[in-house]
Design a binder for this molecule. Sequence first.
Ligand code: 4AD
Ligand code: MG
Length: 463
Amino acid sequence: MRRRKIAELLESADFGSEVTIMGWVRTKRDSKGGFSFLEINDGSTIKNIQVIAEDKLANYTKEILKLTTGCSVMVNGVLVESPGKGQRVEIQGTDVKAIGWADPDTYPLQKKKHSFEYLRTIAHLRPRTNTFGAVARIRNAMTYAIHTFFQERAFIYLHSPIITGSNCEGAGDMFKVTTLDLQSLRNEDGEVDFREDFFGKPASLTVSGQLEAEVYALALGSVYTFGPTFRAEDSNTYRHLAEFWMVEPEMAFCDLKGNIDLAEELVKSILAYALKNCKDDMGFFNRFVGKDLIATIDDIITSSFVRLTYTEAIKILSKVTEGFEFPVEWGKDIQSEHERYLCEVVFKRPVVVTDYPKEIKPFYMKVNKDGRTVKAMDVLLPDVGEIIGGSQREDDYETLLNRIKEMNLDPADYWWYLDLRKYGTVVHSGFGLGFERLIQFVTGLSNIRDVIPFPRTPKNLDF
Ligand code: 4AD
Ligand code: MG
């Protein structure tokens, strides 16, 4: 018989029909009356389905009684209305078979609650827990919501490269890609001859698909990328990964304001999608992880984001006399403690900070008339802080060339990027949304390592 998904059966009213399910035993309870209750989960939903196995089944003593948490099973049975509390339907088993055993003496996921730290050490089994199953389903739903959002607005999905020869953010925190023998890399002069390497020049994993997205935006109008990006920064924080996923829209004929409008619309739209389409998983996080999670998200969907300039933000923050670890001063970057203070204490809403000093932002941002600030924008959310970073791009050839030189970058590496300003340049803008930070916000999970299947962080590559 065809295997049915538990998510579907729990919604079904097809009582009396014969069904087959396959999944894993979450718990089993043997009743003195000659039958066992099995709670089965197959990953299609956070909910389990209850199976009743009676002792008249031929393999009851030999097999069913020996089932324990983690065993995989196949169940044939009849879907019936449940007389018990807590569930609407259950399966009266007619044939219950063990597929794979899980020795209860060694199976690491017993009934008790495990810490997130412990679960990270068993990343191959943690998706079988409620929390990590729910995270995986929510990641899937949010991916769908993001593609839908852009497809409905006629954005073209662009596959930007993962291996790159340029550094988008202009910082030195990239992973090298090489086929050279690392043991014998340097010649007598202590230098590496990259002409010998696979690409004949230094190559890295990309930190952002933005520069390539600009190429396509200046041909196709509106594009977006959604892929993995890599940063070798040695920051062991609750919101940094060495490998994370980023959504990067890029729009021709769009200025900073249009960019912020789109960012606000995107965030609200995908949060609304989660509330509407991930009810069971969101209900779980609302109960067990993030206090008032659903109410907070509801608030965000219905109120508008605060917009203020960096200079205004510094003015507000510099009035705070205690509690900050990092100093507040015009010209210095806004730290995550400041971001959270603006969102959680001052405005109690998402905040968009614009027009940062050019010294603390990458070379590609459009310089304002004041010559000191750039048309940058960061979207800040409560708890996670910066979730989006973006800007209007410098579209003037000479200004961009000067910025590249000022930042000690080699214009020759950016010849094609400069060309875009030489041939048919237009006002254009874009931003990057950190997908894992979004998932952190949606689930209320405080550590970014718990919202990606296999986290990559410094000194951690066990899976
Ligand atoms: O602000 P960032 O560095 O912006 C860019 O990369 C631009 N090129 C984007 C663009 O304009 N197209 O990164 C964008 C977002 C951040 O706001 C943050 O949410 C996330 O990416 N992010 C990280 N997420 C997890 N781990 C890290 N190490 C991250 N670094 C950035
Ligand atoms: Mg940023």
